[in-house]
Ligand binder design. Sequence first.
Ligand code: S3P
Length: 181
Amino acid sequence: MEQRHVYLVGFMGSGKSTVGEILANKLGAFFVDLDRFIEETVGVEISEIFSEYGEEHFREVESYVLNEVAASPDPSVVATGGGIVLKEDNWRVMEESGVTIHLHASIDTLWNRVSGTNNRPLAEDRQQFESLYWSRLPLYRRAQIEVVSHPKSPEEVAEEVLGALGLVEEKEKEAHPQRET
Ligand code: S3P
């Protein structure tokens, strides 16, 4: 597998965007926040896409944008939206073009981080948020690497991800010693 991109997956509030930006700097890679990219592409905020066109439409745009980013030859760190893990096709795209990393945190940490913030249509009600969390957790755990993101600073999490990426690279080299990196 050619590991061009690093995909951060995880629930809302897990720190994908903050950690992603730091990680991209450390790796000398581009940083892409998929939600912001969607808003720029469509010209409408996420909450408005949900309310005006529905979640299904949002998911289609999300997959389209993911494909665009994956096809880019420039190595990028990609902060995905929490629901990217819902589609098998999205996994295929991420796994074929990079390495996937789950930023994990407890439900209380996540809720504290996102409750009261705008533009997250799926984080308006604690009960709904919690059941979504439990249904999503097994999906996030498909990622190649899991890093617990709390209680740590974003800088510490980024360092941990860097270390884990080094291990994945070593394993890849052991499995395919003849390949150029
Ligand atoms: C979603 C998470 C959000 C955003 C949208 C849907 C989800 O992104 O894509 O509101 O389904 O979990 P963040 O994980 O960056 O908050």
